[in-house]
Design a protein around this ligand. Sequence first.
Ligand code: FHN
Length: 616
Amino acid sequence: MRKRAAGPALLLAASLAFAVVPQATALPDRAPERAAAPDATAPEAAGPGTDHATDDPFTADRTNWFRQDRFGMFIHFGTYSNLEGEYKKADGSVCRDAEWIQRQCGIPKAEYEKQAATFNPADFDAKAVVKAAKDAGMRYIVITSKHHEGYAMWPTKVNDWNLRDHSSFDKSRDILAELKKASDDAGIKLGFYYSIWDWHDEDFPDPATFPKYEKRMRAQLKELVDNYDPALLWFDGEWDTDKPNNPWTARDGEKLEAYLRDLDPDLVINNRVGKRRVVDGDYGTPEQEIPGAPVDGQLWESCMTLNDHWGFARYDQNWKSAATLTRNLLSTTSRSGNYLLNVGPDARGRVPQPSVDRLKQMGDWLRTSGQGEAVFGARYGGLVEEPAWGSVSRKGDKLYAAATQWPTDGSALHLKARTDFKVTSARVLGSDQRVEVTKSGDGYDIKPSGAATNDTATVIELKVDPGPAARPGKGKGLKQEIFDNAELSGTPKITRTDATVNHAWKYEGSPDAGIPSDKFSVRWSGKLEPRRSETYTLTTVSDDVARVWIDGKLVIDSWTPHEPKIDKAQVKLTAGTRHSIRIDYAENTGEAHMKLLWSSPGQEQQIIPAAQLYAN
Ligand code: FHN
C-alpha cells in the first residue's frame, strides 16, 4: 500500500491543513456562487510560502521510469464498450460512436443505465492484456477507471454507478485489482485514466453543487490510490465544454494536484489535472499527433488509437500498420517523448485480435537485433538535426539512426551536426555489412554497403564522442532578492541563495510566508557555469512577467503580463566559464510561476541545476 504520511508534496511554511475555504475568501477566478466543499477532502488552503514545485520532472527519481520506459498501453474500457460502437435509435436509425456514444447518440440516461445493467465483461483476462502489452514491448499500462460517462470500473463505495453494483458482471471480481496483480507480476507499471468531466453525477454541471461532486471525485481518487497503488494518474475531461457544463478551473486543478501529491508524492500526473498547460502536472499530452521536436518546459506523451476509435467499435477496421506504429514510437523517442498506444476491449472484455497482432509485430521489431535500444532509455538525438530519411535517438554514447528510407543507389545518408562531435564507430543492427562514415559539409555522410534489414526501419548504431565536458560545478544557486511589491523597488524583504529557479507558487503560494501571494517580485543574480561549449537554449516558464540577462545582454524580455508562458533564447556559452546571469520576475495577481531550464546539443532539457549556479 502506497499510502504515506504527508509527503513533501508542498513546500509549506506551516504544516498543511485541510480547511474549508469560506465563500467570502473565494479567489478571483472562482464564480462567486460556488460554495466551498463541505468536508475534509475540501480544497486545501495552502497559503503564502507554498511552492508546489518539489522537483524537476526532467531529472527526478520519481519520473525516471516514465522517462526510460517510453512506450505504454492505453486501454479504453467502460460500459460504453457494451454497445460496441452502435446504438439503434427509436426511429430505427443506427447511431455510431464509441466512448462518447451516450452523449453523441442522445441516449436517455435511464436507457443508458438499463443497457449498462447488462454489461458483463466476463472474458476480460488481465493476464492476456498484460501479455499483449509485454509482447509489444510496452512498459506501462493506463486503463480508464472512469470515463466521461461517470461509470467506475472498480467497486467504488462512493456511488452505485459502477461495474460491481450496476452490471451483470461477477460481483466477486475486480478487474482493476486483477490488472494490478498481472501488471505487478509482469514488472509493468499501472496507471489510471480518470475523467473530471462527469455526465452522470447530478451535482457536476452546476458550480453551486460542484463542490459536492469534487468531494466524491477526491474520495474515488483516494480509493484508487489507496487500493491499487497506481504509478500514474491520467486525467481527462478538463476542458471548458457543455452538455453537461464543465465548471473545472485551473485553480481546481492546482488544488487537486496538491491533494494527490499529498496522498502519494511518487505519483506521475499528466497536465489534464489542470487545464492542459505547461504548468499543470508532470507532462504534456498531445493526442493523435506527434510533436515535431522536444516539447519546451515539460515532459510529454503522445496518445494514439490503433484504428480510429478509443473505445471498441465493431465496424472500425481501419487499423494502422505495425510499421507505421513502430515508426511513430521511434519518432516520439527521438524527440524525448512517450508513446501511449490504445486498445479498446469489446463488450466481453476481449482485446481485438487485430490490435494484439499489431502489438506483437511491434514487439518483434523491438526485440530483433537489439533494435529496442533506439527506444528504451533513449531520448532526443540532440547532436544532429532530425533527418528526412528517419529519426535519431540518443542513449549514452550512442546515436541510433533509424532509417525508413534506405539508399539504394550507393548514395549516403547525411546527418547535419548541431555541435562538434566525433563518430568512432558505426554498425547496422542485424547486419555485418560495412558502414563508411565520413565528415561531410555540415555533418557526416553515412554509407552502408548492404541492404536495409527490414521494411519498418533499419537502425544504424553510431558510437559518438562529443568531447569532454567541464567537471561538474560547485555552485549552490543564485542570489535571490524578494520584494513585497511587483516593481522590484526599494529594499528587498528577503535576500538569500536559491538553489534552482524552479517555482510553482500558483494562486495562493509565494516565495515566503511573509510575502503575499500577489504583488511580489524577485531578482536572481550571479553566475551560470555550463559544462559544454555550445549554443544553449534557455527556457523560462513564467506567469506574470520575466526578463533574463546573460553577460549583461537582455536575452529574454517577457514583461507584458501573461498567463503561464514559455520564452526561449539561444546563447553561446563556454564550458567552465562563469557567465553572469540576472533574472527579474514579477507577480501581479492570479497564478505565479517561474522556472528556468536549459538544453543544448549535448545537454538534455532540465531545470538548471544548483551546481552550475553561483550567487556571485
Ligand atoms: O474525450 C476523450 C476521448 O474520449 C478519449 O478518452 C481521449 C483520449 O485521450 N481524450 C478525450 C479527448 O481529448
